[in-house]
Design a protein around this ligand. Structure first.
Ligand code: SAH
Ligand code: SF4
Length: 341
């Protein structure tokens, strides 16, 4: 049986049509599950019995299990247990513009970035579409609020789980579904060039963020193994195409690692790399973890790096820090939890 939270409106329409039913039954179903948040087919009071039987024959209501929550000012972190007892996390941030949820897309990650906890844990499996949707539903229900922004920056490489992630985006973006505006959704990738191309052709107005973290191939090779498959030349070629075709701005994420990628030379090299592009750089203070030897760049040198980029007329921001105390960086809760057991 499939989860009702894993199917797009279009696919559900096709299902109904294939059974000789009217297409609009799919919108009706979406209305019940996403607008009214009803969790049983029998409660669809304006839907005919045989339609309900059709739904019951194919779908079930699944629910992700919350096993731990930690909170700090303006941030909460949730640990979920999946049906096969794998664990993932989501992080809720309270911004002045609304609630933003950072969702996980895989159990672990195979990209092996040297600074990242999720990479250290290796990929166990992809998340199903419904497991991503349920992160949103569970937190909205638990906290009695509406999430206005979604970032795919939790555990996992979204573009290594491409089809499920695209369905997830379709469902949460669908006006008849959870209805989160495309411009309020951000996908972050370490740079899987072919999938960036697919994403460009998909045509959704979703924000794209690239984990850059180094301004040249030698350094990026040493931090992010994916760079050996898709180097900066290939990455920037596809990004230039993406910007031209979609008319959208790209975000570059750049973690500052003490003594590794935070020198003035690196800042200048970075400025030259992105100069003239419709892009901006988000500098990320590194969240240190006990298993990885990288250290965060001290504040004064973060500022110096920022100033160099500014002087070179680059659009740059420094990421506001959430949840350092609740270990809200990529993958940290899960590994802490597993160690505690
Ligand atoms: N796999 C995707 C999305 C998840 S990671 C990607 O890499 O883009 C989300 C962001 O968190 C990435 O930019 C990643 O490099 C960053 N990140 C990973 N570990 C971190 C840490 N310890 N401190 C700060 N940022 C971290
Ligand atoms: Fe995977 Fe992203 Fe972590 Fe790299 S930074 S290991 S791609 S989750």
């Amino acid at each position: 049986m499939k989860s009702i939270y894993g199917i797009t409106l279009e696919a559900l329409e096709e299902y109904f049509v294939s059974k000789g039913e009217k297409k609009f039954k799919a919108s009706q179903t979406f209305e019940w599950i996403y607008k009214k948040r009803i969790k049983s087919f029998d409660e669809f009071s304006n839907v005919k019995k045989d339609t309900i039987e059709l739904l019951k024959k194919e779908f079930v209501f699944s629910k992700i299990k919350l096993v731990a929550k930690t909170s700090d000012t303006d941030v909460s972190k949730y640990l979920f247990e999946l049906d096969d007892s794998n664990k993932i996390e989501a992080v809720l941030m309270n911004h002045d513009y609304g609630y933003s949820l950072c969702v996980s897309t895989q159990v672990g990650c195979n990209m092996g970035c040297k600074f990242c906890e999720s990479g250290r844990l290796k990929k166990v499996r992809n998340l199903y579409t419904h497991e991503m949707v349920e992160q949103i539903l569970a937190i909205e229900e638990l906290e009695n609020l509406r999430i206005s922004h979604v970032v795919l920056m939790g555990i996992g490489e979204p573009f290594d789980n491409y089809d499920n992630v695209i369905d997830f985006i379709d469902i949460i973006n669908c006006p008849k579904g959870i209805d989160i505006g495309a411009r309020h959704i951000t996908v972050s990738t370490s740079g899987l060039v072919p999938r960036i191309k697919d994403f460009m052709n998909h045509g959704k107005q979703v924000n794209l963020a690239i984990s850059l973290h180094a301004p040249n191939n030698t350094l990026r090779d040493s931090l992010m193994p994916i760079n050996r498959a898709y180097n900066l030349d290939m990455l920037f070629e596809v990004l230039r195409e993406y910007i031209k075709k979609t008319n959208r701005r790209v975000t570059f994420e750049y973690i500052l690692l003490d003594g590794v990628n935070d020198s003035k030379e690196c800042a200048i090299e970075l400025a030259n790399l992105v100069k003239g592009m419709n892009a901006y750089i988000n500098l990320i203070p590194y969240n240190e973890t006990s298993h990885i030897e990288f250290r965060r760049t001290p504040q004064d040198r973060i500022m110096a790096f920022y100033d160099t980029l500014k002087k070179n007329k680059i659009n740059v921001t420094i990421r506001r820090e959430f949840g350092r105390d609740v270990k809200a960086a990529c993958g940290q809760l899960r590994s802490n939890y597993e160690e505690a057991r």
